[in-house]
Design a protein around this ligand. Sequence first.
Ligand SMILES: [Zn+2]
Length: 297
Amino acid sequence: MNDYLTKALVYGGSIRAYALNATKTVSEAQKRHETWHTSSAALGRALIGTLLLSNSSLKNDDRLTVKIQGDGPAGAIIIDGDAKGNVKGYIQNPHVSLDSNEYGKIDVRGAVGTQGIFTVIKDLGLKEPFSGQVPIVSGELGEDFTYYLAASEQIPSAVGLSVLVDKDESIKAAGGFMIQVMPGASEEVIGNLEEKLAKMPPISDLIAAGNTPEEILELIFEGESIMFLEEMPVQFTCDCSKEKFSKAMITLGYQELQAMIDEDHGAEAVCSFCNEKYQFDEAGLVALQQEITGGNE
Ligand SMILES: [Zn+2]
């Protein structure tokens, strides 16, 4: 099954619901960054949360960045997402491998930490980007996305993010849901929902068992009529290129490039989001110098 996100309205539109399968997306991130299981789950949950946030709040060419800076061993986690289902991500320490927590689950909180800052920066094509910042309240990340939505965007919501890692470190299943309560939703609806969510198994277990995002929403909203709006494919994509890195190298200046030629006879640039490596040999570095001087020595 390919990764996709489904959007729906429930209870006459007073509840907006999103669910996605992100197994291939998280798997791609795991392979590119060679993450170990606790880092895989932390990075994966952040990728899923960002996909839910960007595809529930952005339009057209808008983009957003989620920065999670906790005090745990994983260090900073930075995720970029857009309104078209694309996401890319970085984790400072990909090699966190902790014992399971007291519930027998991957200890994401142990990797992320319980103190720190959760920041969302939205580029909506305006002069100034929108920026919202809240403290980390949980470290499990689902609750942190929920808290961010409530505190910074005034949207009461429930967010579930889930990654199942196999014994060989590969990603067995990954996915999540986001439920947003619109103004006018009745207390009864909210009460019903809370009851149902409390009984839900982890989403990654449902995905591993073959459930689609639509079926996950049908489980959450058992017995209610769900109006499915659209399906959107989601994927790990990076927009880096050798050309972009060339431009960045040029900003280092002529002398710095000369030092790379003299000392290393070349240079390697690594994209922190996708781990793609770009090689610049001596001739390539000289060509960049010539762009600086306009060909005049
Ligand atoms: Zn890249």
